[in-house]
Design a protein around this ligand. Structure first.
Ligand code: BGC
Length: 368
């Protein structure tokens, strides 16, 4: 997959845009377009199934509430379920939604490659399947993808790490960093990592950045289940093994929960605060950014993602074709899934007040 992402960039640069055959990847270049094949339409009060993963970050919890409220307000009957017990539970929940007569399934997968049987059953039943936030892979039975541009998220994280090193550790020109990725079963984790490494790898290659642990492949830096304790344990080991004498200047963290876990580990080791990236605009991390601790996060407005998903449901209900804005980037191994991608926003102490100006949970913000 790493090779694939690199190949994608090279090919896109050369203007060759047709890429196929790699599970869950992201191809390059985006264009506007619409997916083919209009649905037949369905009753205005239909059941809409929303299968959510585990509550591994605040954005999923907010999505649950927004889907319930807004699908109800739009006249539908939402069936929103988390699968805190894991993949089998999610498979059973999707099966139950099909049996309940759902007309659309919106799926935030725990493991996007493990739902093929259920999605085939959904297709058989004439249900439209929308992958939400995380791509559903290795199946022909996914119709649309609604997400933030995950590769772009990674690029922004890699860029923020470099910017932060220059801004906060500018007394040096070479820095020690460590890398972290999300859960390997979540398709997004690799896409985030590939995006970040498109920025960081050249700087590792030219000696600007050094990874003392030598853990630089995706497989070496994953965090099972997106769990804070797994990240913290890994950083405890890395710090005691490689940073007794050296300083750790920066950490690529794929999200806020893991950023705080890594920072706790650095703190416990009594080492100076590194530049740490994040994602999700979680309350604790935004506070930490304003206090000058965590360096960056990413704002992915869940309101927009849910609203876009519901727009798709409404178009389908009327027998129309949902709007997409990308028909080239997200190849799930079987097909390129027509997508509606929203731009993620990088947030540091400098622009936080502006970015969160309308956010009732986070604003108003003051720099600490
Ligand atoms: C989401 C991230 C989130 C992570 C853990 C990913 O699929 O895109 O926003 O931090 O899951 O919940």
């Amino acid at each position: 997959m790493k090779k694939f992402a690199k190949a994608a960039i090279v090919l896109a640069a050369a203007g060759a845009l047709a890429l196929t055959g790699c599970g869950g990847g992201r191809t390059e270049a985006t264009t506007s377009g619409s997916a083919s094949g209009a649905a037949a339409g369905f009753e205005a009060n239909a059941v809409i199934g929303v299968a959510m993963p585990q509550k591994t970050s605040e954005n999923w919890v907010l999505a649950e509430q927004l889907f319930n409220d807004q699908l109800t307000a739009a006249g539908f009957q939402p069936s929103v379920q988390f699968a805190n017990g894991g993949v089998t539970e999610q498979q059973n929940q999707i099966q139950a939604m099909i049996e309940k007569g759902a007309k659309v399934l919106i799926v935030g997968a725990i493991d996007g490659s493990q739902l093929g049987t259920q999605l085939a059953a959904a297709k058989q039943a004439g249900i439209t399947v929308i992958a939400y936030d995380r791509l559903l892979t290795n199946t022909p039975d996914v119709d649309y993808y609604v997400a933030f541009d995950n590769y772009k998220v990674g690029v922004l994280q890699g860029t923020a790490l470099l910017d932060g090193l220059k801004a906060r550790k500018g007394d040096k020109s070479k820095w020690n960093i460590e890398l972290m990725a999300g859960s390997p079963d979540d398709n997004n984790a690799k896409v985030f990592f590939d995006g970040a490494m498109s920025v960081l790898q050249p700087k590792i290659d030219d000696g600007t950045l050094t990874v003392l642990s030598k853990q630089t492949s995706f497989e070496q830096v994953v965090t099972q289940g997106w769990k804070a304790e797994n990240a913290q344990k890994r950083f405890d080991t890395i710090l005691s093994g490689f940073y007794q004498k050296a300083d750790l200047d920066g950490i690529l963290s794929p999200n806020d929960t893991l950023a705080r876990a890594a920072m706790a580990s650095v703190d416990a080791a009594g080492k100076p605060l590194p530049v740490v990236t994040g994602q999700d605009s979680e309350v604790e991390s935004v506070k930490s950014i304003m206090a000058g601790k965590q360096y960056s996060t990413i704002f992915k407005d869940t309101n927009l993602l849910v609203a876009q998903s519901i727009k798709m449901v409404q178009a389908l209900q009327k027998g129309g074709t949902p709007e997409v804005n990308d028909t080239k980037s997200y190849d799930n191994g079987v097909k390129v899934v027509p997508s509606y991608l929203i731009a993620p926003v990088i947030v540091t102490k400098d622009n936080a007040a502006e970015v969160y100006a309308n956010d009732k949970t986070l604003g108003p913000l003051t720099k600490g």
